[in-house]
Design a protein around this ligand. Structure first.
Ligand code: ATP
Length: 602
């Protein structure tokens, strides 16, 4: 789509904010109207005070002690003024309450929708995203919308109500004094516009230097251990200090003209400025005989009251930019492509546990195939090892079998059924996995082990933990199985892995995908893990991203991957006899050294 066509298409689309606020739009409008009417009513006492002052000044003999018509008028004005004040305050409060209830409803809906969406996105989506990104959208961005939903609409209502009724009232009293009293407000808008354009010229450079300081900070923090170890503190600080100095310079370039213009704008609508203008012109007009001195009073009371709502509105308008970006990120999360689920008509139950990859290809980025045209079968009850150099596609292949994502071409079948036609819950009942990057949730060890089968009994959980060689360690914790991960259960990498094995054991899937530990476990842990795994693997179909010599030697078949394709397959002995790729990897002085990457592969 050309840029122009895209722009035209976008022009017809509602803005992110109006799409996010759609479910509560009615409530927000009601809140704004209540706030507007309330704000108008709260101004009535000011007009009433001016009215009473005029009565008293026009007829100094009248007073509250004397039963005159003026006195009755004063009492009426007082009662109406107080009633309007309370009614106005009640309506403003009702508006605020309505807006906050709407905000609560929206926040609840958005968080639920985000959680539902996250439950449907492919597991592979999480591996490529930092948890910080999800937290930002689900927590920070949804919270940022609060200033928009709970405050912006009522602030607009109050400002429109206050300004509208005040302008009408003042013009009805005297149009000439009304016109000059309101002069500071267009002045405010002019300075505001100037402020907006003032810093703009330096903005691109500011953004570049901000990006640089962010990168330099991350680099600096990540590098602290190395810097300390090699005692090169001065040199490491250098880059960071340069980035900070450059940023400070850009900041001054943006802030200086902006601050001056903003100061002028705010000075224009300070209540004292407006009062000064009213009194100066009021005195002049009274001197010219255009207006009675007492008629200046309503202007002195009402006009300065316009400043506060306008300043608040300006602050909230400033927040609106942040809220728009937040709404965009929330929408992006809510529109994340989900893993296609089979329709009820398409759903099939696998009849066996044999697995077939049929001409499977997959690319993370268009044109760069991580796997191309891969075909093989895993016979039930066999062990298949995946080997190959770093980046060959081993983890990608394992993740495709776990349906972290779907192949771009070809298909994978379990028991003769395409994975895409198997319900996710059915799939994970049949295929379990133990990956290097173990995810434990913030819950008790019992809940962590029983994650896939919450109905499991305590003896079943303990049996699984025993099989995974972690039972004794859990009993040694202060609260045993009730110890909470991250609180009173501080576990090492290897122990966490054994908990994840216990989780898989409890589910007892007939197929297991395993990414072998490389550097995570110490030797004691490693023996415990290997022991647990080999017991668990008995009689199951096992696909293992192999890093260990004994795994390869005992595998029924080894698939050698290179550059996304299977280049050799066979047993350890057959492949060595072939004297090809595998034999060369072997001869490199140990397979492990050739495949271990710095990062864990899953
Ligand atoms: P290692 O042994 O180092 O873990 P591997 O054989 O498991 O490597 P994969 O992780 O499957 O290799 O990666 C295969 C190719 O796909 C590599 O070129 C890698 O750069 C690319 N790749 C892997 N994950 C992603 C991702 N999330 N986004 C883009 N490209 C990716």
């Amino acid at each position: 789509m050309s840029t122009h066509v895209a722009a035209v298409a976008d022009a017809g689309k509602p803005s992110p904010i109006s799409r996010v606020l759609h479910p509560i739009r009615g409530q927000l409008i009601v809140a704004a109207v209540l706030a507007a009417i309330g704000a108008m009513l709260t101004l009535v006492p000011l007009a009433g005070s001016a009215h009473i002052a005029r009565i008293v000044i026009d007829d100094p003999g009248s007073g509250l002690a004397f039963p005159t018509d003026e006195q009755a008028e004063i009492w009426r004005t007082l009662i109406v003024g107080v009633a309007c004040l309370f009614a106005g305050m009640a309506l403003v409060s009702a508006g605020e309450l309505t807006a906050h209830l709407a905000d609560n409803r929206l926040t609840h809906r958005l968080r639920l929708a985000a959680a539902r969406r996250l439950a449907q996105v492919p597991l592979g989506w999480f591996t490529s995203r930092a948890s910080g990104e999800v937290k930002q959208a689900m927590q920070d961005d949804i919270a940022k919308l609060h200033s928009l939903t709970a405050h912006f609409y009522t602030a607009v209502g109050r400002a429109v109500g206050t300004v509208g009724i005040s302008v009408v009232y003042l013009f009805a009293l005297d149009w000439r004094l009304a016109a000059v009293s309101l002069l500071p407000f267009p002045g405010f808008l002019l300075f505001l516009r100037h402020a907006m354009t003032a810093g703009k010229a330096n903005m691109p450079e500011f953004a570049v230097r901000l990006g640089r300081i962010n990168a330099a900070t991350v680099e600096f923090v990540n590098g602290i251990p190395v810097v300390k170890a090699f005692s090169v503190a001065g040199r490491a600080h250098g880059g960071y200090r340069d980035a900070v100095d450059a940023f400070a310079e850009a900041f001054v370039g943006v802030a200086r003209p902006l601050v001056a213009a903003m100061a002028h704008a705010h000075a224009m609508i300070a209540p004292v400025t407006v009062l000064g203008v009213v009194l100066a012109f009021g005195a002049l007009f009274a001197g010219l005989g255009w207006i009675a001195p007492v008629d200046v009073l309503p202007f002195a009371l009402v006009a300065p009251g316009l400043c506060a709502p306008l300043l608040l509105l300006h602050t909230l308008l400033h927040d609106l930019g942040g809220a728009t970006a937040a709404a965009q990120r929330v929408l992006a999360l809510l529109e994340t492509p989900v893993l296609e689920q089979p329709s009820p008509g398409e759903r099939r139950i696998p009849t066996g546990h044999d697995i077939r990859f049929e001409n499977v290809s997959y690319a993370y980025e268009a044109g760069h195939w991580a796997l191309s045209d891969v075909s093989f079968a895993l016979e039930p009850g066999t062990v298949t090892a995946l080997v190959g150099p770093s980046g060959a596609g081993k983890s990608t292949l394992a993740r495709l079998l776990l349906r972290f994502f779907d192949p771009d071409a070809g298909r994978i079948t379990l028991g003769g059924v395409d994975l895409r036609h198997i319900e996710t819950s059915q799939l994970y009942r049949r295929i379990g996995f133990v990956l290097q990057e173990v995810r434990l949730i913030h819950a008790s060890l019992r809940e962590n082990i029983a994650l896939g089968r919450p109905s499991a009994s305590q003896p079943e959980i303990e049996e699984a933990a025993r099989a995974a060689n972690i039972h004794e360690r859990i009993l040694a914790l202060p609260r045993g199985y009730d110890s909470v991960v991250g609180e009173d259960a501080q576990l090492s990498g290897g122990e966490r892995q054994r908990v994840s094995i216990a989780r898989a054991v409890l589910l007892g899937p007939p197929v297991l995908v395993l990414d072998e530990a490389t550097a995570a476990a110490d030797s004691g842990n490693e023996v415990a893990i290997q022991d647990a795994l080999s017991r668990f693997a008995q009689g199951r179909t096992l696909l293992v991203v192999a890093h260990r010599l004994d795994t390869m030697m005992r595998a029924d078949r080894i698939l050698v991957l290179d550059d996304g394709a299977i280049v050799e397959q066979g047993t350890h002995a057959q492949l060595l006899a072939l004297n090809g790729r595998y034999a060369r990897l072997w001869a490199l002085g140990g397979y492990e050294a050739a495949t271990v990457s710095e990062e864990p592969s899953c």
